[in-house]
Design a protein around this ligand. Sequence first.
Ligand code: CUA
Length: 363
Amino acid sequence: MPQESTPRRERKRTVQQMVLVGVIASAAGIALGLSIHWFPSADSTQADKIDTLWDVLIIATVPVFVLVTVIVLFSVLEFRMRPGEENLDGPPIHGNTRLEVIWTALPAMLIVGLVTYAYIVLHDIEKAPAAGNPERHVQVTGQQFTWTFAYNEGGKKFTSAQLYLPVGESVKFDVKSKDVIHDFWVPDFRMKIDAVPGITTHYRITPKSNAIGNHDIVCAELCGLGHAYMRQTAHVLSKPDFDAWVKKMTTRPAAAGGGGGGAQAGTTDAKTLFTQGNPDTSATACGTCHTLADAGTTATTGPDLDKVLKGKDAAFIKESILNPDAEIAQGYQPGIMPPNFGDTLSAAQVDALVKYLSDVTNK
Ligand code: CUA
């Protein structure tokens, strides 16, 4: 009968059109997803595996998204209520076993497959280096608002405000926090973990040969007013350069007094230091946490310097910068201010700040 065959042919054509639209949209979505540079350069051996996992996820999930979207859009158009149908019931449907088995089994298989693959990648990127290959441990301590890196190179222990790593050698980070939750992240290395008070967390990476150079270190967990300033630099060096750096760090005079720990560069203009810190060494700007009328800062994480430094001498101010927990202003907690300004500021910079603070708070 012509009346029956026409709608059936039309329905078949509609399904064919939907499949065609779906295939084209999936291909376009996958091409777009793979052409976007989602991540910075991949500078650890772990980064390559993570980026491949990402690409596989795009290829697997874009068609699912397209399938759902096409069916939703088609249903909205095709089965919408027409004028005059307000009081009609829909057709009585009592399930479709074959369809239900398919839409349960296929997604389940897809998820099990992706979970298995992701587990294999995770196992891979957390794997210790093969026996006989050395692995360096670096203790990473987060605190409001700085990272400190502690090394133990052949029994010689020292700390650094910047992270230095030799290329091609596995490093395991033991990550701790002194105060709140931070998150230790070097985007170029991809790996990332929370620094949680009371426990030690870990991850390991191996810098690739193309990684020689500087990489941003970011705190990836909102940890307070200075969170955005909790940025430092990871320097990946050739093995000889790294050895030379270790030698420099282990032979420098202990307790350098007013700083001098490799922080010779940078401005000694105190007001600039106060408001911008020392970008070369990631010394946090004082104004990030402190109010000081002369510098125009109004932060309240730390004490108001106009008040607490009034009537104090230069020696007190210097001690407060280099050894902040020596005396804690009333109403504030110890361990909040970074204790490493002796490393991140040069002696000249500390002296300039002491003079500036002494001058403007004792006017
Ligand atoms: Cu530390 Cu955000």
